[in-house]
Design a protein around this ligand. Structure first.
Ligand code: CA
Length: 233
């Protein structure tokens, strides 16, 4: 059966172009133009969600769904200047975001990537096979392209956290939670410097330091597919 996507967006032109591209790609699509309509919509395999809706904010929907235990993956549509919104959306429980203006094809690609990560095999060893980087939790060993990486505890936990879901963006606050635990006063610069030394070790082992991508203003992620050679990280 076709996977179903719920598109929550009040601008008809945007909603229609996204719905059209998804349908052409084989998905079933339901659209909703308000929070109220989104709340009463049927179950979906993934939700594409605009943050500014006529009767409320997409954040409220994400919060309400996650509190209710709804685990449906969510991709947020965010305006280009909405850096704080993107961070807040990821921290509220969104899985990814796409910046407006976007091409419908870009949305379809993100939908496919998020469904791939959310599908069977989530957080199984298969997920790490997507990246040339790998960690073994039981032996605390890390590798790039099969070559050993000598990492500190923090670098290992940082890499291990990012590899839980290759392609997914983690905010700095989420990384702090995972690596140091909740409530630790770690500055963004501390994380940035650990990332820098991690990248250097990857490069020293002959790997591509750009595998650990900076998502400007938001956080970090591990690339979920090899980048074309020559492309800047
Ligand atoms: Ca809107």
């Amino acid at each position: 059966m076709a996977q179903k996507i719920l598109v929550v967006e009040d601008e008809p032109a945007i909603a229609e172009s996204v719905a059209y591209a998804l349908r052409r790609d084989g998905f079933t699509v339901e659209t909703a133009g308000t929070c109220a309509a989104a709340t009463t919509a049927g179950e979906a395999d993934l939700i594409v969600l605009d943050l500014m809706l006529p009767d409320g904010s997409g954040f409220d929907l994400i919060g309400a769904w996650r509190r209710a235990g709804k685990l449906t993956p969510i991709i947020v549509l965010s305006s280009r200047d909405g850096e704080a919104d993107r961070v807040a959306a990821l921290e509220t429980g969104a899985d990814d975001y796409v910046m407006k203006p976007f091409s419908p094809r870009e949305v379809v690609a993100r939908v496919r990537a998020v469904l791939r990560r959310a599908g069977p095999g989530r957080s199984s060893p298969a997920a790490s096979d997507l990246s040339p980087l790998s960690v073994d939790e039981s032996t605390r060993r890390a590798q790039v392209d099969g070559r050993a990486l000598e990492l500190t505890r923090v670098e290992f936990d940082l890499l291990s956290s990012l590899l839980e879901s290759p392609g997914r963006v983690y905010t700095r606050a989420q990384i702090i939670d995972k690596v140091w635990g909740d409530g630790f006063a770690i500055t963004d610069r501390t994380i940035d410097s650990h990332v820098k030394s991690l990248r250097k070790k990857v490069a020293d082992s002959g790997g591509d330091p750009g595998l650990i991508e900076t998502v400007r203003g938001v956080g970090y992620r591990v690339a979920d597919q090899p980048r074309p050679s020559g492309e800047k990280p």
